[in-house]
Design a protein around this ligand. Structure first.
Ligand code: IVH
Length: 688
């Protein structure tokens, strides 16, 4: 039947559309509608269909985000229009002066409408869409010539490979590539676990990931993007910044939501919630100043780093009249926030031993306040970092905190170095067990390799019990240390032999807390294959790899019986990781320990696959308020897992408000809008 689609092809197209929509919901709207597991299944099915029908595959298929081999270098390419930079200002006074200059230039005594946005702390990038298809992505470079990083940018799932609507002939759109703080923290954890270098802050991580010559590595980095400025365009004429962002939103590109300043202010005053407008249309300089001040206060609540706000004249005809001077537009200014750095003195350099035996030097400093919190410790990473920065005990240093990141020493103030300042030298013996340490040739991380080192045992147990591993909620770090010191726990499986009396025998242990510990160990017995694999702490096997292995092998036995050749075939697993896994799997003690875990009652449940249409809360929006039997996060996770969503505020689109004790304004709002209210029992019935 020429011209007619076969049912199989139709299903294939539907599957692609579904995956694109989930990517959009997750990465652009920040509103996931599906569990990771179910998403992975869709993806696996798509891959299978494409293997059977390679002739169907087009460049905009979700599977084609990573294609091609590593590059030798990036190609240089000229920007059709230069990428300008912004004049920087640093205070409220400067913002007022900017407004005065604009009004003077325009000879206007009426307030100018400003479009105020966040100044994202990432790296600028220009996307090029030709007839709706993503055909280029250039870094800023020197503003005239950038580098083509298309193969990397294609891996960013927030960026559509094809625009959603009838697209103009040419659309160049500029924006910022960045990493969310939570994704960054996770990435660094994984890097640390796998013995690879960690990044100082989300911006470095984003920039490093884009400069990768191997797109397969970039694909594993959780990058995001926000679009904000036009480049060359053919076939579309936006009249203002606000109209431009609306157009970008319709085309499926990630942009900040915006509203009139008064609306945004009301939202900001309630604190950050996803989906709230963070850009604002401000009438006149005074409102722009208010915007700056409000965002300054809220900056740490945002899910990503910003280093200021950008204030732009909203009207494009007015922007054209104002023009450009010395490579910066007269119509915009970047109002930066004061830097979050402080000066303090290093009193000591301590050495910590981690789960993998890695020795990490940590600067112990005189307490100092940076960005609203007091810090005393800063990581120095390893000996070669200490040498590079030449940090010594007694030095006065500048420390910095970027978002939620571990504080770091930026630099030593050389003039303030006392004559007595001592150079740091990594110990030759483990500070915890006193065994000799090793520094393998070509590596920077010194390690303790004594499997009986109490530090390694304690840290391994802490990892095993942690939230994303076995999730033994009440088993805190201190308790673990007490248990190993008392000799009642030595290996993971020992945890599942504990009874209440054994816990009670620990010092300062009360009946209630002992029972809580036992209960939470009990609950953790029921787990998933992915969690268990991750919990076992195999080197280079982070949470993500644990999930890939579980998805691939499905059962613990299949995983335990695998071979190195078979492992390489698994998604995300390279030779280094495969070798490390095989090392463990060949280790008799490791296999015995797994047997003991099962014997002591650990049970692996198979994740149940709920079809999208059969999820009881599919498409529903349920707002949580008040005190309930479970934590808000847990309930929210449950709602999402069952196909619903749980935004932070009540609107006419809310299906239910789940109200616990002491519910406040959200309950009032629900009553006002006539939104049905559920108590805990009602909610239980709904999800049954
Ligand atoms: S507009 C001509 N908007 O700031 C103005 N830039 O110095 C074009 N940036 O390299 C840029 N957030 O990387 C604009 N909301 C925003 C921005 C933003 C961050 C960066 C951008 C650029 C630098 C300008």
């Amino acid at each position: 039947m020429p011209g007619k689609k076969s049912p199989a092809k139709g299903h294939y197209e539907e599957l692609k559309a579904k995956i694109r929509e989930h990517d959009y919901n997750y990465f652009v709207l920040d509103r996931p509608q599906i569990q990771d597991y179910d998403y992975d299944q869709l993806f696996i099915e798509l891959r299978k269909l494409e293997e059977e029908h390679p002739e169907w595959v087009t460049a905009d298929s979700p599977t084609q985000r990573v294609g091609g081999a590593p590059l030798a270098e990036f190609e240089k390419a000229a920007h059709r229009r230069p990428m300008l930079s912004l004049a920087n200002t640093y205070s409220v006074e400067d913002v007022k002066e900017f407004d005065e200059r604009v009004r003077k230039f325009l000879e206007s005594d009426k307030p100018v409408t400003y479009f105020c946005e966040l100044k994202f702390d990432g790296l600028a990038c220009e996307l090029i869409y030709e007839n709706g298809e993503l055909t280029g992505a250039l870094t800023r470079g020197d503003g005239s010539v950038g580098e083509n990083v298309l193969s990397n940018v294609r891996t960013i799932r927030a960026i559509p490979l094809r625009l959603h609507k009838a697209a103009p002939k040419l659309l160049e759109v500029r924006g910022e590539i960045l990493m969310f703080k939570k994704d960054f923290a996770r990435l660094n954890e994984q890097q640390q676990e796998s013995g690879e270098m960690t990044f100082a802050n989300p911006r470095n991580a984003a920039a490093g990931s884009i400069r990768q010559l191997d797109p397969r590595i970039t694909a594993k980095r959780p990058l995001r993007m926000f679009a904000y400025a036009p480049g060359e365009i053919d076939g579309l004429r936006p009249s203002s910044q606000s109209a431009w962002l609306e157009t970008l939103n319709e085309l499926g590109l990630p942009v900040l939501r915006f509203a009139e300043w008064k609306t945004v202010r009301a939202a900001l005053e309630n604190g950050y919630v996803p989906e709230m407008p963070l850009a604002a249309l401000c009438q006149g300089g005074d409102e722009a100043v208010e915007y700056y001040e409000h965002i300054l206060k809220l900056r740490h609540q945002l899910p990503f780093d910003i280093d200021g706000v950008v204030i732009k004249v909203n009207s494009y005809p007015l922007q054209d009249r104002l023009g450009t001077v010395a490579r910066s537009p007269r119509w915009a200014t970047a109002a930066k926030f004061p830097p979050e750095q402080a000066t303090t003195v290093i009193e000591d350099i301590a050495v910590q031993v981690g789960r993998t035996g890695a020795l990490t030097p940590v600067a112990v400093m005189q307490p100092v306040r940076v960005g609203g919190v007091t810090i005393v410790n800063a990581t120095l990473h390893n000996q070669s970092e200490v040498d590079r920065k030449d940090v010594r005990v007694g030095d006065t240093v500048i420390v910095q905190r970027a978002g939620d990141v571990i504080p770091e020493v930026v630099q030593v103030i050389a003039e303030k170095r006392p004559a007595s300042a001592k150079k740091f030298k990594m110990p030759t013996h483990c500070p915890v067990c006193n065994e000799e340490v090793v520094l393998p040739e070509g590596e920077v991380v010194t390690r303790c390799v004594n499997t009986f080192c109490p530090a390694i045992i304690n840290e391994s147990l802490k990892h095993f019990a942690s939230r994303r591993a076995m999730n033994i909620e009440k088993l805190g770090d201190k308790i673990i240390e007490q248990m190993t010191a008392a000799g009642i726990v030595r290996t993971y499986s020992d945890l599942y032999k504990l009874d209440r009396d054994m816990v009670l025998s620990l010092e300062r242990q009360g009946e209630k807390s002992a029972q809580n510990i036992i209960d939470s160990i009990e609950t953790s017995r029921q787990t998933t294959l992915a969690r268990l694999i991750y919990a076992l702490g195999i080197r280079f096997v982070g949470e993500q790899t644990g999930k890939s292995l579980a998805t691939h092998y499905k059962t613990l036995d299949a995983f335990l019986d695998t071979s190195e050749e078979a492992l390489i075939e698994v998604e995300d697993i390279g030779p280094k990781v495969a070798k490390s896994i095989m090392d463990r799997l060949h280790n008799e003690e490791f296999r015995k320990e797994i047997k003991r875990l099962l014997k002591n009652g650990v049970v692996i449940e198979t994740p149940k696959k709920v079809a999208a249409g059969k999820q009881p809360l599919f498409g529903m929006s349920i707002v949580i308020t008040g005190t309930l039997p479970k934590s808000r996060d847990e309930i929210k996770d449950l709602i999402i897992a069952l196909g619903g969503k749980s935004p932070g505020s009540v609107s006419k689109n809310t299906n239910y408000v789940l109200a616990g004790d002491e519910a406040g304004s959200k309950l009032d709002k629900a009553q006002e809008l006539g939104v049905p209210i559920l108590d805990w029992n009602g909610f239980q019935k709904l999800i049954e």
